[in-house]
Unconditional design. Structure first.
Ligand code: NAP
Length: 462
C-alpha cells in the first residue's frame, strides 16, 4: 500500500508540473488547470487512503471527510459565483486558507513533537511553516479586504515600525528559544509565534496600496507555497513539497514579472511607497473632444487597420463578447483588427487574455505591447476599451506622475484614438490621463458594452 501511495503522489506531482507547463500558454491554460486539479484530487484521495491504512481513529476519518465535503461545497459555490473582476480577491482568499492550513499543521504537530524526541531540524521546519503560513493567512485576508475597498491603506510610521519590530522578533525568538532563554514548552512557544506572525501579516500588508496590491497577492501566494513546502518536509510528503515549491517559485516569478511590467522595484512595493501626485498639484485643464457612436462606427468601417486596447473597463462592462462580434464584423469588411495587450491591463496578470479567450478571440489577433508599439503609426484607428493607466503618456513624459516609468501602449502615436469610458473617472493609479487632451484623441462616453452594442448595430446598417 505504501508503494502504491508513493507512486500516486509522484503522479500527482507530475500533474502539477504538467499543469504549470500547459498554463504557460493561454490556449492550453484551461487544460493545464484541469490536469493540476486532477492531481490535487488524487493527492487528497491518497492522503485519505493513507490515513485509513494507518488505522487512525474513526473520528479523524470523519473529520477528514467532513473537511473535504465542506471545502468542495464552499469552493464550488464561491467559484461559480465570482465575477471576473473579483478574481484577485478570490485568489487572495484561497491563499489565506492555504496559509492558515500550514499554520494549523504547525500547531498540531508542535503538540506531537513536544511528546516525542525530535531533531532540531524538524522543529525549525515546523516553525518556518507556521510563521510563513500565519503571515500568508492574515496578510491575504487584509489584501482581500483592501481590494474589496473595505480596508484603507495605513502608511503611518507606527504601522511601519511595528511591522519591522515584529519581523525582527520572528527571527530572534526562535534563536532565543533554542538557546533555552525562553522557558516555555514548544507548543506554547508555537502559539506565541503564530500570534506574532498573524499580527505581522496584517501590518505587512496595511501600508501597501494603490496599484501594488495584485503584486502583494502574488507574493503572498508564493509565501503560502513556501509554507506548504515546509510542512511537506515535516511530513516527508513529496507531493506537498513539490506542490509547495512550484507555487512558491511561480508566485515569486509572477511577482517579479509584474514589478517589471509596472517598472517598480519589489523593495518599493514592500515599503508601501506608491508615489502619489504631489499634494495640491493642480491638474492641467484638458480640452476633451467627444465622439458619437455613429462617428465611431464610420471611423472604424473606413479604417484599414484597427487596434483594440482592452483594459479594466472591458471586464467591468463584461463587454468581451460584443467586442469579439465587432472584430468579426470589421474583418468581414476587410478591416485588419488586432488586440494590443498590456501585461498589467485589468486587475490581474492575463486578465485581458482570459476575457478575450471567453469570447473565442483567435490568439493570432493578440499582439504584445512591444509589437503593438512598433507598428502603432500604421493603425488608422485605435479603440481603447476601458483602459486608462496603461495608455497614459504621462508614464513616459511626466517624472512627477505616479505612473512615471511604467511601460505603456503608445496609442497616441496612432492616427486616431477613440477612448471608451463612462465619465472622466480616473484609472487605478488615480491620475489624470494626458492622452485625453491630445489632438488625435476623442472620447466616446458610455458603458463599454452598451456603446459597443450600438456600434455593432450601426455597422450592420452601413
Ligand atoms: P484602469 O487604469 O484601472 O482604468 C480603467 C478604466 O475603465 C477607467 O478609466 C474607467 O473610467 C473605465 N471603466 C470602468 N468601467 C467601465 C465601463 N463599464 N465601461 C467603460 N469604461 C469603464 O485600467 P487599466 O488601463 O487596465 O490599468 C490597470 C491598472 O491596474 C494599472 O494601473 C496597473 O498598474 C494596475 N495593476 C494591474 C495589475 C495586473 O496584474 N493586471 C497588477 C497590479 C496593478 P470611467 O470610470 O470613466 O468609466
Amino acid at each position: 500500500m505504501h508503494a502504491i501511495i508513493e507512486i500516486g503522489y509522484l503522479i500527482a506531482t507530475l500533474s502539477f508540473l504538467g499543469g504549470l507547463k500547459f498554463m504557460s500558454s493561454p490556449k492550453n491554460a484551461k487544460t493545464g488547470n484541469l490536469i493540476a486539479a486532477m492531481g490535487m484530487v488524487l493527492a487528497v484521495v491518497l492522503t485519505f487512503i493513507a490515513a485509513v491504512s494507518a488505522t487512525v481513529p474513526y473520528i479523524n476519518l470523519i473529520i477528514m471527510l467532513l473537511a473535504i465535503a465542506i471545502g468542495t461545497v464552499i469552493g464550488k459555490r464561491v467559484s461559480d459565483k465570482v465575477e471576473m473582476t473579483g478574481m484577485p480577491q478570490l485568489v487572495s482568499l484561497f491563499n489565506a486558507t492555504g496559509g492558515g492550513c500550514a499554520m494549523l499543521l504547525g500547531l498540531v504537530e508542535a503538540n506531537q513533537m513536544e511528546l516525542a524526541t525530535v531533531i532540531l531540524g524538524n522543529q525549525i521546519l515546523l516553525i518556518a511553516g507556521l510563521v510563513t503560513g500565519a503571515v500568508a493567512l492574515t496578510g491575504s485576508i487584509i489584501a482581500e479586504r483592501k481590494l474589496a475597498g473595505k480596508v484603507k491603506d495605513r502608511r503611518s510610521k507606527t504601522v511601519i515600525i511595528s511591522a519591522r519590530l515584529l519581523l525582527g522578533l520572528l527571527f530572534l525568538l526562535p534563536v532565543l528559544y533554542f538557546f533555552g532563554i525562553i522557558p516555555i514548552g514548544f507548543t506554547a512557544f508555537m502559539y506565541v509565534l503564530s500570534l506574532i506572525a498573524m499580527i505581522y501579516g496584517v501590518l505587512f500588508v496595511l501600508p501597501i496600496g494603490g496599484a501594488d496590491m495584485p503584486v502583494v497577492i502574488s507574493l503572498l501566494n508564493s509565501i503560502t507555497g513556501i509554507a506548504t513546502a515546509f510542512a511537506g518536509f515535516v511530513y516527508g510528503n513529496k507531493a506537498m513539497i513539490a506542490g509547495g515549491i512550484f507555487v512558491g517559485a511561480a508566485g515569486i516569478l509572477l511577482t517579479l514579472l509584474m514589478c517589471k511590467a509596472m517598472n517598480r522595484s519589489l523593495m518599493k512595493v514592500l515599503a508601501g511607497t506608491f508615489k502619489k501626485s504631489k499634494n495640491g498639484q493642480v491638474e492641467e485643464e484638458q480640452e476633451i473632444k467627444e465622439i458619437s457612436i455613429s462617428e465611431t462606427a464610420l471611423s472604424l468601417s473606413f479604417a484599414q487597420k484597427v487596434a483594440i486596447v482592452p483594459g479594466y473597463g472591458l471586464a467591468v462592462a463584461q463587454a468581451q463578447h460584443i467586442c469579439g462580434q465587432l472584430q468579426q464584423l470589421l474583418e468581414k469588411r476587410n478591416v485588419e483588427v488586432n488586440y494590443i495587450i498590456h501585461p498589467v491591463a485589468g486587475r490581474m496578470p492575463g486578465h485581458m487574455n482570459v476575457l478575450l479567450a471567453e469570447a473565442n478571440v483567435d490568439y493570432s489577433r493578440l499582439k504584445e505591447m512591444e509589437e503593438g508599439n512598433e507598428n502603432m503609426a500604421q493603425y488608422d484607428t485605435v479603440l481603447v476599451i476601458g483602459a486608462n493607466d496603461v495608455v497614459n503618456p504621462a508614464a513616459e513624459n511626466n517624472p512627477d506622475s505616479p505612473v512615471y516609468g511604467m511601460p505603456i501602449i503608445r496609442t497616441h502615436e496612432s492616427k486616431q484614438v477613440i477612448v471608451m469610458k463612462r465619465s472622466m473617472g480616473k484609472g487605478y493609479a488615480g491620475v489624470q490621463n494626458d492622452l485625453f487632451g491630445l489632438d488625435n484623441c476623442s472620447i466616446l462616453f458610455g458603458d463599454a458594452k452598451s456603446s459597443l452594442l450600438e456600434i455593432v448595430n450601426q455597422l450592420k446598417l452601413i
